[in-house]
Ligand binder design. Structure first.
Ligand code: B1M
Length: 221
């Protein structure tokens, strides 16, 4: 068994990469028992392992079945670590509607963003994946959301994000919601181009962005 947090994170990343759900769960339980920071363990163990599996997918050493088993291992670990993520869980009444845009079923990143928002005290309405643009707007109006958070991992579905902004503009309700976007192929330039309110490259930054845009902290903080 690994001796240091770094060793454990490395072993965890390897367990996800090697599709070993049982070892992944064991190592996450060990991280909890030893009091290691849960989010660091998620980022440097589980996400690192998933990213390595992704690299093998890119190199055509892994295929869709391997990725699905790797994500099962990651979710098993996430279930163990999630209750131990430390952050001020202040209920502040800000609401976020989140989902993966239409045409895209990659939801691991979106789920991490949702978890981080929840532990930061946001009330989150998760629409899942492959969500039509109109459904984001309808739900945001229905629950009087503060933020609409859009995720996508595919270049081919990025345009769905501008559809959400257009629907808001056409309905004269753009001013009521902050729209934030994220996912591997996106950038700040893309966010600016489609008229979103902000882009975050990672889950933790998405929380910071949502806090700034809803007035919980000022942008300089
Ligand atoms: Co596929 N896939 N996949 N895939 N997949 C990619 C995305 C791809 C880049 C691989 C490649 O070809 N190199 C490619 C997309 C190419 C493109 O852009 N056009 C691709 C493809 C093509 C496909 C299929 C079409 C494959 C096929 O069937 N032939 C198919 C898609 C079907 C569809 O959706 N229509 C497909 C399927 C799958 C699986 C089901 C096997 C599985 C997804 C399982 C699941 O999500 N439930 C899968 C996976 C796992 C990947 C890779 C390997 C890894 C993605 C991942 O989960 N990363 C990916 C290649 C790669 O990345 N190397 C690939 C880990 C995750 C933690 O990172 O999602 O980036 P990420 O999230 C980060 C940040 O981006 C950010 O925070 C997260 C954590 O910090 N973030 C946000 C995400 N959303 C945010 C929102 C925010 C803010 C930050 O604010 C709102």
């Amino acid at each position: 068994m690994p001796e240091t947090p770094e060793d454990l994170h490395e072993a965890l990343a390897t367990a996800v990469l090697e599709l070993d759900e049982v070892l992944t769960a064991d190592l996450c339980n060990k991280a909890v028992a030893l009091g290691y920071d849960a989010w660091t363990t998620i980022e440097q163990g589980l996400i690192a392992g998933m990213n390595r599996a992704g690299k093998l997918f890119d190199e055509e050493e892994y295929f869709v079945p391997e990725l699905l088993i790797a994500s099962d291992a990651m979710y098993a670990g996430l279930g163990i670590l999630r209750p131990h993520i430390s952050q001020a869980n202040t209920i502040h009444g800000r609401r976020v509607v989140i989902g993966v845009v239409q045409g895209d079923t990659h939801d691991i990143g979106k789920n991490l963003v949702r978890i981080m928002l929840e532990v930061a005290g946001f009330e989150v309405f998760d629409l899942g994946r492959d969500v039509p643009a109109q459904a984001f707007v309808d739900r945001a109006v229905e629950v009087n959301a503060d933020v609409i958070a859009l995720s996508t991992l595919m270049t081919t579905t990025m345009t769905q994000m501008s559809k959400v902004v257009s629907i808001l503009e056409e309905g004269n309700i753009r001013h009521r919601f902050k729209v934030i976007v994220g996912g591997a192929p996106l950038s700040q330039q893309f966010s600016d181009r489609i008229g979103a309110d902000g882009y975050a490259p990672k889950a933790a930054q998405a929380v910071q962005l949502a806090r700034q845009l809803t007035g919980l902290v000022n942008a300089a903080a």
